[in-house]
Write a new protein. Structure first.
Length: 402
């Protein structure tokens, strides 16, 4: 714990959270338990990364490991237990970590559309409930799970505040935050204001081992009710100086851990071919710029994340991963996959789904086993999980545990 502060100060990107129990190391009994727990669970992962929700030092270890090994974790928007479980089912199948991502709208949906959402109460409660669901079941899948929240613009900060409070409460009881990380997207504001607000939150988050994802530039397109489809195209490409400014500012916070969603022509949603011009070289140039400024040995000092990856060319995705992208968001493609599974189920069983009684096998035959909601929802889950296995392959995130 003591040694980390100085190291952190000089190399802000290579952050390490102090383990919460570090203060008890002098107690031999606790030390023994901790040593036993430090055993490697996954042969190809850092020892701190274990099945279940990954936070703090283990999360930073996981992301740095991904950067070093050249893979990115799928960050998947979910809307309920069906999509959450599909994520973990996929991760178990492809043998890698997964990031379960709650949006403000997704959280509200989990709480229920009829729930009172004054002051974002339902959005907060739904995210917290979803996070607790993941915490209860994640270990049963035997994979590392990152609990994250998506875009939060300035007007949505009350939602963010509610989530941070939930983390602080959880931390008091468990010595770790409820979530692994949260995103602040203040890219609509000036660079100074964006990073200024991020820094204030970073100070609060660093105290409870939470990682911050921030955004520079603007991700185009439309997602979760935010429409950036008409934004000036120059803002779709981040400048290296801007990233370095953020790196220095956030890196000056003790125990800070952060990732950067720098726009490089990416957009939310799927568009006709030719409409999206990705320039992942922006990320490569930015890493080189920061390395030079810092005189660092690390050729990739920044941890990047990739928004709006749906529909992107695999070559572009993998070139971005080479530039230090450790997570790619997936929403549009898994939305389609889930629906496509339900659609196909209905198409296959249509004649058994037209009434409670009566189908091609007989006018008095019951259809209960066809219209049981678990049947169509399960078809959605399976299709979503299959799509995620493909995404994991694109991101080289398959078979990275053992
Ligand atoms: Zn996004």
């Amino acid at each position: 714990m003591k040694l980390s502060t100085a190291a952190l100060f000089f190399i802000p990107a290579v952050v390490a959270f102090a383990p919460p129990q570090a203060a008890f190391r002098s107690n031999p009994a606790l030390f023994a338990t901790e040593t036993a727990a430090e055993k490697t669970t996954f042969s190809k992962m850092p020892a701190s990364v274990k099945p279940g929700v990954v936070t703090g030092k283990a999360l930073v270890d996981l992301l740095q490991h991904a950067k070093k090994e050249g893979f990115a974790i799928p960050g998947v928007n979910i809307v309920g237990t069906n999509s959450i479980n599909a994520c973990m089912e996929a991760a178990k199948k492809y043998g890698g970590p997964i990031m379960v991502t709650f949006s403000k709208g997704g959280g509200q949906f989990i709480a229920g559309k009829a729930a009172d959402n004054s002051d974002d109460a339902a959005s907060i409660a739904g995210c917290v409930a979803g996070a607790k669901h993941v915490r209860e079941v994640a270990k049963l899948y035997g994979v590392p799970v990152v609990l994250h929240t998506d875009h939060c613009q300035k007007a949505w900060l009350p939602w963010f505040d509610g989530l941070i409070e939930a983390n602080e409460e959880y931390y008091k009881e468990h010595g770790e935050p409820l979530f692994s990380s949260h995103m602040l997207d203040l890219s609509e504001e000036s660079l100074e204001e964006n990073i200024g607000i991020c820094k204030q939150y970073m100070e609060r988050m660093a105290k409870i081992d939470l990682l911050l994802e921030f955004e520079l530039g603007v991700t185009g397109g439309e997602e979760d009710g935010v429409d950036n489809s008409d934004v000036d195209s120059s803002r779709l490409y981040t400048q290296p100086e801007e990233v370095y400014y953020a790196y220095k500012e956030l890196g000056s916070v003790p125990n800070a851990a952060f990732t950067c969603a720098a726009s490089f022509g990416n957009v939310h949603g799927v568009y006709a071919p030719g409409n999206v011009e990705l320039k992942p070289e922006i990320l490569h140039n930015t890493q080189a710029y920061i390395q030079e400024k810092e005189g660092s040995d690390d050729s990739k000092p920044m941890l990047f994340v990739f928004h709006g990856g749906s529909g992107s060319d695999v070559k572009d995705i993998q070139y971005a991963i080479e530039a230090g992208v450790v997570k790619m968001n997936i929403d549009t493609d898994t939305q389609w996959a889930f629906w496509d599974g339900v659609r196909e189920y209905e198409a296959t069983n249509r004649e058994y789904l037209q009434g409670q009684i009566g189908n091609p096998d007989g006018a008095d035959k019951p259809n209960k086993k066809y219209y049981d909601p678990r049947m169509s929802l399960r078809a959605g889950e399976e299709a979503m999980a299959a799509r995620l296995c493909q995404a994991a392959e694109d991101l080289k995130c398959n078979g990275v545990l053992n």
